[in-house]
Design a protein around this ligand. Sequence first.
Ligand code: SF4
Ligand code: SF4
Length: 188
Amino acid sequence: MEILTMNKGCDASFIEAVKQESGQDPAQCYQCGNCTAGCPYTFAYDIPVNQIMRLLQAGQKERILKSKSLWLCATCESCTTRCPQGIDVALIMDVLRHMARREGHASVKNVKTFYDGFLESVKRHGRVFEVGVAANYNLKTGRFWTGADLAPKALSMGKLEFRPHEIKGREEITRIFRRHLQREEAGK
Ligand code: SF4
Ligand code: SF4
C-alpha cells in the first residue's frame, strides 16, 4: 500500500467535476476511516478508500485516476452505508472509475476487459450471455481456465446456456447504448 503524498497542485476543476457527476460533496469527509474499515478490498487496494477521499479533497486527479483501487472496487456499498456524513462513497468510486476510463487509464486491465465484454454482451443480446462473456474474457486475458472448475456445477443446475437468449426489447437496449455513446462523444 502506498504512503499518501500530495505531490501535485490542487486541481479544483477535477473536484468540481466529481461533485457535478456524483451529486456528492467530498468536502464533507472528515477522515474517520469507517469506509476503509468496512471495505472488503482494503487488503488489495493501492490506496484505501478514505485516502481516495482525502486525495479528492486535495484535487489530486492523476494519483486518483491511476489508482488500482478504482478497478478493484466491488461496488458493495459498505462504505456508503458506514459513512457518518451520509456520503455515497461507492458512487464517488464509480464516477472516478468512469473518469479514469474516459482519460484512458485502466490500472487493472483484466477488470476493464471483463467490464467491456460484459457490456458488449448486454448491448448485443439485450442481456448478458454468460458463456460468451467468460470465453471472451479468458481469450483476451490468456487466463484460459478461469472459472472452468465452476462450469460443470453451473451446467448441471441449468444455469449456463450455450446460446444467447434474445429478449424482447433488444433494439431498445441497443438504442440506450447508442444514446450513451453519443452523450460521451458530445462530452456531456
Ligand atoms: S463500494 Fe468499493 S470502496 Fe466501497 S466498501 Fe465496497 S469495495 Fe470498498
Ligand atoms: S466514512 Fe465518510 S467521513 Fe469517514 S472517511 Fe469515509 S468518506 Fe470520510
